[in-house]
Design a binder for this molecule. Sequence first.
Ligand code: TYD
Ligand code: MG
Length: 549
Amino acid sequence: MSLCRNLFFQTRPINPLLTPRILPFQRVISYCPTAGTSDSNLLDSDDDRCISSNNVKRKGSYSWNGKKDKRKKTWVCNQCGATTGQWFGICKACRAMNTMVEFKEALEENNGKVSGFKVSEAAVRSWFKEAGASVPSSLADVSKGMNQSEWRITLPGLVGMEISRVLGGGVVPGSLILVGGDPGVGKSTLLLQISALLSEGFCGSNSGRILYVSGEESIDQIGNRADRLNITTADIFLYSSTDIEDIMDNIQVLSPQALIVDSIQTVYLRGVSGSAGSIMQVKECTSALLRFAKQTNIPVFLIGHVTKTGDIAGPRMLEHIVDTVLYMEGESSTSYRLLRSVKNRFGSTDELGVFEMSNTGLQAVLNPSEMFLSEAVSGSDISVGLAIAVIVDGSRTFVLEIQALCLTGSTTTKQCNGIDSARSSLIIAVLMKQAGLKLQDNAIFLNVVSGFKMIETAGDLAIAAAICSSFLEFPIPNDVAFIGEIGLAGELRTVPRLEKRISTISKLGYKKCVIPKSSEKQIASLNLDITILGCRNLNEVIDNIFQMD
Ligand code: TYD
Ligand code: MG
């Protein structure tokens, strides 16, 4: 270390203006002898003004042997993956602030350069087909009227049907599927269940071997989980490793029909800079697995961690590399789990899988429409401060219970749970101005039962109705539902997929539905056992619902 330091000071002239700082400077600057980490090779331990001074950082850094480090430096945005030749405070591509991270190419033993592409290519080379160079093929030769249902690997059972629906009809051979979600939401459980379903789905063929590679848990821990899930098949093989090359080499004897990697943030490629989970490692490992999937036609599932903001950790380009991105959502306080497709090269993203986490893993929810209704609604006839909203998420309809509590003399002004705060402020303002409700002296608490996050504006009318009900202390009968968006003039606006919403609540036994007047024509042809009440604005709703007969 001292040799390095001497070399450094011999080759770098010191700015005379900084001479009073030499002592602390010598104390704080030290070399990080490891090449190939994503951070700069210079470490400061005390004062960052020293490290950013002209003398040191701007004129380039030095490698551990004291020679000038000639490795090419780039700055990569850790949000969108955009690359630039210099550092910017704001990413030019996605405008995110302070997201540019410095990268240096890794050094080979002979100090030659090595590219991430070559490393990831080498890792999977043993799997490549022996066939000669590929040539362009005619579309007529490639697509031979393939039957989609035969082409895809279907997953049996109710859970399998739910997962297949989200994937667009089944697992596509050779596809790379990324499953993200909060810690503990049930990603590993889902993937272990998918492994069991895949091995069943393959049962017609000779071998339905599925390989589950975990870098997070030991094989005993996965075995315990499998016991809990009552998975007994001998076709699932467990392997605990984090080295992609080791995984590729060791699984060859097995010739699996599907590969599961738990998680992409724990695996690494030798020769690529950075530790496991760093932007470069995640990108190159995913690229290697993509090449593996495409060359072998074996579907690969990856589990991805998410960041605090809910995005999959690692470069944004990760989502561009893979074929399908699924997010698993759910509150830790509830047992419901939603599997949502946000990108799918082989199907629609308008799909949602609904599950319940039970003692024996994830179970499919057959009738999700009513799963967010509380017992208060189904048990009693009338309740104060409760209104029913009908929300469409993906292709599913959900009936939600909105609760409001207006309290005079409280120090809090407003608190929302499951409702966008800005949207609720707008609705409260419209109720005050256009419907004449004197809400200004009230603290208003709003809640969506069961932890569902309501984003759709179709729930506006139900929020307003719940507030009116609590403020006026006037209960709403529990067989009335509210659908509609509220405009600033207090008018009710039409919402999409009204027929779908109304037929769902009609099937659930609701007797009356308040909708915008302008939408009445749309549903005139529906022959349903439900009374439709069309209203032009909030005043009409209040006159019709909150008046004694
Ligand atoms: P896990 O799949 O380990 O989550 P992740 O991989 O997303 O971190 O699931 C962890 C949670 O799921 C844990 O809180 C326990 C719960 N769980 C059940 O409720 N029932 C089960 O049968 C299993 C296997 C897990
Ligand atoms: Mg896990």
